[in-house]
Design a binder for this molecule. Structure first.
Ligand code: PLP
Length: 387
């Protein structure tokens, strides 16, 4: 039972063009430290003022009525599902092409995950949803993968027709939108993460949950903080999943000073790579957003031949190419008992064998992108002699 993360991050940070960039991001943190000192002085540790500021920031960003700072993106999904009071056997429709915690939240909240295949935009294929709806379907937990909003027109129609709420895993999608409507504001609940590798990144864990539904908001308010309505009144039994005030300080700093640059740079870098790679015959690109959507490229993906060999080659060149994720959730040991015979996620299985992600964050420069492109082109020209 070892902590495998320590070694992983040490290895990642050594790469010349790394996915991991927090040492640059927080090189000058004097503003943050000043606020932390003030917090100590004011004893504002638990659900302090900075948490309220963060919640207001997210209400503004997503144009939602209520926002709650919570322990993590996973907690935002877990609390959303808990608020739906799932009973044994209740089903939640989702995708297998996601981070494990999307499905983990369903299971730990007492639900049964039902997996649906993705399209070539890496999001849930909305045309496959209706077939999987049963009397037991209690929610659609959709993922705006890589920061691209799902096909919300189709999904909202289905949600209305069957009266099944939508929970949005918007952990990749801070600032993303469709027809000027923000990710995390379409469904009953929008769930965001501040994990150190997300577009707003704190010094540990954090998340926020947005909603427009007052009754639901009241439940989340209680579930997040032990069910307390006041110091001495406990209305329901709940959890301790409060956004840490220190993390809220960091999140607010990024929100105010960096988010616009972060988003803009990711989009520019991604467009640059798209343009330069589109004529490479060994590579294809996932379906990108049209002009109705703003895609924020939390991850930049390409589809490629010889996936593992290319990743190894790029890593050797100091480029932190990664596979997010080589084993989809439905093939994980944890998911075994939820997999029905005959489950066939053709596109998911196909895509995990050819997808890779390349760093496009705000510290990746044009010359780094050119180096990435050159290295990819060199690889395919010389792959027979590369070992
Ligand atoms: C990061 C991530 C999560 C989990 O967020 P945490 O804040 O780390 O709990 C959930 N879903 C997706 C798609 C993610 O990338």
């Amino acid at each position: 039972m070892k902590n495998f993360l320590i070694k992983q991050y040490q290895k990642d940070i050594k790469k010349k063009i790394s996915h991991n960039y927090l040492p640059y991001q927080f090189k000058n943190s004097s503003q943050i430290f000043k606020k932390i000192k003030l917090l100590i002085k004011n004893c504002d540790f638990t659900l302090g003022k900075e948490v309220i500021t963060l919640e207001n920031n997210f209400k503004k960003l997503t144009k939602t009525k209520y926002a709650f700072g919570v322990g993590s993106g996973t907690d935002a999904m877990f609390l959303s599902l808990r608020a739906l009071d799932l009973k044994k056997g209740d089903e939640v429709i989702t995708t297998s092409f996601t981070f494990y915690s999307t499905v983990g939240a369903i299971v730990t909240a007492g639900g049964t995950p039902v997996f649906i295949d993705i399209g070539n935009d890496l999001n849930i294929n909305p045309d496959l949803i209706e077939k999987k709806i049963t009397k037991k379907t209690k929610a659609l937990l959709i993922v705006h993968w890589a920061g691209k909003v799902c096909d919300m027109e189709k999904i909202l129609k289905i949600s209305k027709k069957y009266k099944i709420p939508i929970i949005e895993d918007a952990c990749h999608a801070i600032g993303a939108s469709f027809k000027n409507k923000s990710a995390g504001s379409f469904g009953l609940s929008g769930c965001f993460s501040f994990h150190p590798l997300k577009n707003i990144n704190v010094w540990g864990d954090g998340g926020v949950l947005c909603t427009n539904n007052k009754a639901f908001a009241k439940k989340i308010y209680l579930l997040r903080n032990h069910g307390l309505v006041s110091r001495n009144r406990c209305k329901i039994f709940g959890y301790n999943s409060r956004l840490d005030t220190i993390q809220a300080i960091v999140a607010n700093y990024i929100f105010k000073n960096r988010l616009k640059i972060i988003t803009k740079k990711r989009i520019l870098n991604s467009n640059y790579l798209d343009e330069k790679l589109k004529n490479n015959k060994d590579i294809s690109l996932p379906v990108r957003s049209d002009k109705n959507s703003k895609e924020v490229f939390h991850l930049y993906h390409i589809f490629c031949k010889k996936q593992k060999k290319l990743v190894a080659y790029l890593n050797k060149k100091g480029i932190d190419a990664k596979i997010h994720y080589p084993i989809p959730v439905h093939k994980q040991q944890a998911a075994k008992k939820y997999i029905k015979k005959g489950l066939n996620l053709v596109n998911t299985d196909r895509i995990v064998r050819k997808i890779i992600s390349l760093p496009v964050h705000e510290y990746v420069k044009t010359k780094d992108l050119d180096f990435i492109i050159e290295s990819i082109n060199f690889f395919y020209k010389n792959e027979n002699s590369i070992h």
